[in-house]
Design a protein around this ligand. Structure first.
Ligand code: CMP
Length: 140
């Protein structure tokens, strides 16, 4: 079944000039780009996006990091693209992410309070619908 997923190229990925690389990997995998925008997220939008992490020790550093500069928000489309993009991204901890994945090839630990791991991808159809509504409220 065709799905949509919300992908974010986080401030570390944007600042390092990895936007084109990430978009190219998504396209080479065969997923379509349904919407793309560059913006610096507000703390309010991030509180919605990261609602499940409010109160965790890394929440404030996470919001500081994610609001520190531009991100590229992307809606991708394709069969099982939610699971597929998470596979392209690699595991959350960039030190452990497998080489060949985005995080495995470009990410590392920088000794900060938050894991700077280049990209975000929705983890379920429910999360994807919720997150797409936050980042692209006008998208049908
Ligand atoms: P993401 O999958 O976008 O959603 C939550 C983010 O919080 C995650 O990527 C990491 O950037 C960060 N994160 C998750 N777990 C930790 C952790 N244990 N310590 C620091 N940062 C974390």
């Amino acid at each position: 079944m065709t799905e949509r997923s919300l992908v974010l190229i986080k401030p570390d990925g944007f600042a390092r000039g990895l936007t084109g690389e990430v978009l190219a990997r998504i396209e080479r995998k065969g997923y379509r780009l349904a919407a793309v925008q560059i913006l610096t997220p507000t703390r309010e939008a991030l509180a919605e996006h990261y609602a499940e992490h409010v109160g965790k020790p890394f929440y404030e550093p996470l919001v500081d990091f994610m609001s520190s500069g531009p991100v590229t928000a992307v809606v991708i489309e394709g069969e099982r693209c939610i699971e597929g993009f998470r596979s392209l991204a690699g595991t959350t901890d960039p030190t452990k992410a497998a080489p060949g994945s985005i995080r495995g090839d470009f990410g590392r630990d920088w000794g900060k309070a938050v894991q700077e791991n280049i990209v975000h991808g929705s983890d379920s159809p429910e999360s994807a619908a919720r997150e797409i509504a936050i980042w692209f409220p006008g998208l049908a």
